[in-house]
Design a protein around this ligand. Structure first.
Ligand SMILES: Nc1ncnc2c1ncn2[C@@H]1O[C@H](COP(=O)(O)OP(=O)(O)O)[C@@H](O)[C@H]1O
Ligand SMILES: [Mg+2]
Length: 642
């Protein structure tokens, strides 16, 4: 019990700030001392996010230059842990806020995030709104329904003088409610008007407002601008501000943010209020009162078809003119796409399930490839890897395909394809269908395939997706799997690897020094075994005239190590280690036999099998169930003919 109380009290302590309560006159002193507290909504939002930390990315580093097309990119700490592969979108958003903060044309525009479903638009807007809850408390006229800036009290005729004294710019007029109070309660003596402070809170409806899309019938402009309180209409004259109930979105979101969810689903009349709010920075008041000054950031989002429909009607031109559109495409980088699911899984009930290696990678491969446009320059898998910044090795050489060329060729890429939600649903289904509480590449592929068959209506897309899953991804996964199992096996073959290494070294040395060497077992003099050396060297593409050099390099390297008293084993020289492992993987027929023929394993093979299993579990991140599943899968799909 006392623990709870502790927690509650601690929270109260930390969330408490010393709320200013004073007169307007006292407030003027505060402003004089800290003129920077006077900032309009766009500036406050921009600075609040920026204060979390900002870093300019070195776009000269090869990887970034390609991905961002040479553009200067800033990383904003605030978004770092939540958003992946969205740097470009976030930079555009922040650039918008920055220009608006400097009162550029942007401060009179609606920001529109446009993109396909599940691209992260809502999540991004949510994060932007949330940031304000970390902003420093702001001052407002006590009792004001729209929490307006106290400086609005200053009469026009005095503003210039006060601007000079205070070193600030004053914008906006007193709202009808405060004006009425000023006249009637304070007898026009604005210096006595009380001033206080508030923080931002979406749930508390302080400075953050959301307008959900509404159909024509339920649409009522009072959602935006408030109403007249009918119960008070009997008490006061019609134009008396005391009848006003200023609880519309523009009232609530004043000084902060008003969000329009799926903005173009609303009727056009509705949107005109939004237009006035941006263009004139004023919104109508209910009843017969004056327009009310509005200072806030208007954020909205929609999908592409809504945008296209809206854009095609020329009667909407006035609104379009006020919209700054930022496209929010899907992520096209595999590594970033994977991070989305890692994040989502960490936060869900999934976090107790076992996620086998490559499961999320396979799912992400599918969503990314589904979004890529075909290229003449390479196949879709290669394109995915290039976008991911991977070097493409072909016939022992790095293949040079420029990301920029690929991007130029595929304008508008990332605006369609498989959505993040589709993937999450498939992961969900894979998990609920698994009786072992796990997600593996194999059940992910199954689940995705099932879902494509059930849910994708467009025949052409459906076939393309099934081909990606059934062929491209399946083959790529088998390659990954083969490699992984072989590597895990090698740890069970250390002895063989070491003896291969030793005998290669003996041979190479004898070859280089043009000598014979003594066989370790038979003690006989032997000439270097050319065939054996070649078969090792082939593994890493050392052929023809390159052999001599390689052999003498290896020999020299090893001798210099030994001379320094360092121990030498098969891992000592990178290229040779790779060659030896490659040789083992292809030559040891055991691997396939051990994996496939569980019944006929002899004792030695049993031992090797269990060592390999241990490596898969301890070093690669499988558990017993998933290791068993992938090994069975490998047995059925790889090495079948041996
Ligand atoms: N690039 C991304 N980085 C991080 N999370 C993302 C990204 N794209 C999508 N998501 C996640 O996917 C889910 C769906 O996104 P959402 O914001 O609802 O999409 P939208 O509003 O564009 O339809 C959210 O949980 C969101 O966090
Ligand atoms: Mg959304």
């Amino acid at each position: 019990m006392s623990k709870f109380l502790d927690l509650i009290q601690k929270q109260r302590e930390t969330s408490k700030y010393e709320k200013f309560n004073g007169t307007f006159l006292e407030y003027l002193t505060v402003v004089k001392e800290n003129p920077e507290i006077i900032r309009l909504a766009h500036k406050r939002l921009y600075e609040t996010i920026k204060e979390f930390g900002m870093e300019t990315v070195d776009v000269d580093s090869e990887k970034y230059r390609d991905i961002f097309n040479g553009d200067k990119i800033r990383k904003y700490e605030y978004f770092e842990k939540e958003f992946f592969g969205m740097e470009s979108v976030i930079n555009k958003l922040m650039r918008f806020l920055k220009s608006a903060a400097h009162k550029g044309e942007e401060s009179r525009q609606v920001l529109l995030l446009m993109g396909p479903v599940g691209a992260g638009k809502s999540a991004l807007v949510e994060a932007v709104k949330k940031s304000l809850e970390h902003a420093a408390p702001y001052y407002y006229l006590d009792g004001c329904p729209i929490r307006e800036e106290p400086l609005h009290l200053l009469p026009r005729s005095l503003r210039k003088d006060f601007e000079d004294i205070l070193g600030v710019h004053i914008e906006g007029d007193l709202c009808p409610v405060c004006r009425h109070r000023l006249m009637n309660e304070f007898d026009g003596k604005y210096e006595n008007f009380p001033v206080t402070q508030s923080t931002f809170s979406q749930r508390g409806r302080r400075g953050i407002a959301v307008v959900p899309p509404m159909d024509a019938n339920s649409q009522d402009v009072s959602v935006l601008i408030g109403t007249e309180d009918i119960s008070k209409l009997d008490l006061y004259p019609e134009d008396d501000p005391r009848v006003l109930s200023l609880n519309g979105a523009f009232n609530v979101g004043n000084r902060g943010i008003v969000e329009f969810v799926e903005v173009f689903k609303n009727e056009i009349e509705f949107l005109h209020t939004m237009l006035t709010a941006t263009q004139e920075k004023r919104v109508p008041s209910p009843g017969k009162n004056d327009m009310i000054y509005f200072d806030g950031v208007i954020l909205s989002h929609c999908n592409e078809s809504e945008w296209n429909r809206f854009k095609s009607e020329h009667t909407n031109e006035a609104i379009l003119d006020r919209v700054l559109k930022i496209e929010v495409p899907y992520v096209l980088e595999l590594d970033q796409e994977m991070k989305i699911y890692e994040k989502v899984i960490k936060r869900s009930d999934f976090n107790k399930a076992h996620i086998a290696p490559h499961a999320l990678e396979i799912a992400s491969m599918f969503s990314v490839m589904s979004r890529l446009k075909p290229s003449n320059k390479c196949d879709v898998l290669t394109k995915m890897k290039i976008y991911n910044g991977e070097a493409i090795i072909e016939k022992g050489r790095v293949r040079k395909v420029d990301i920029k060329d690929l991007k130029d060729e595929a304008k508008h890429e990332g605006m369609e394809g498989i959505s993040t939600r589709f993937i999450m649903k498939a992961l969900d289904a894979a998990l609920s269908d698994s009786d072992k509480n796990m997600i593996t590449p194999i059940n992910v592929i199954d689940s995705l395939t099932r879902q494509v068959k059930e849910q994708i209506v467009d025949e052409e897309a459906k076939n393309r997706y099934i081909e990606i899953l059934g062929k491209v991804i399946r083959e790529e996964y088998l390659k990954i799997l083969e490699n992984e199992i072989a590597k895990a096996f090698i740890t069970a073959y250390e002895e063989q690897a070491q003896s291969l290494f030793d005998s290669y070294l003996d041979n190479a040395e004898a070859y280089t020094t043009k000598n014979k060497f003594k066989d370790k077992i038979t003690r006989e003099e032997r000439s270097p075994d050319e065939k054996f050396m070649k078969s090792i060297e082939e593994m890493i593409g050392v052929v023809g005239s390159a052999r001599d050099g390689f052999r003498s390099d290896v020999t020299a390297f090893m001798f210099s190590k030994m001379r320094k008293g360092e121990t030498v084993n098969y891992k000592s020289y990178g290229p040779l280690k790779e060659a030896v492992e490659g040789y083992l993987i292809t030559s040891v027929k055991d691997i396939s036999r051990i994996v496939t023929k569980s019944k006929s394993r002899d004792d030695d093979q049993k031992k090797k099998y269990s060592e390999m299993l241990e490596t898969l579990i301890e070093e690669y991140g499988y558990n017993e169930n998933s290791a068993e599943e992938i090994l069975t899968y490998a047995a059925n799909n790889l090495w079948r003919d041996s």
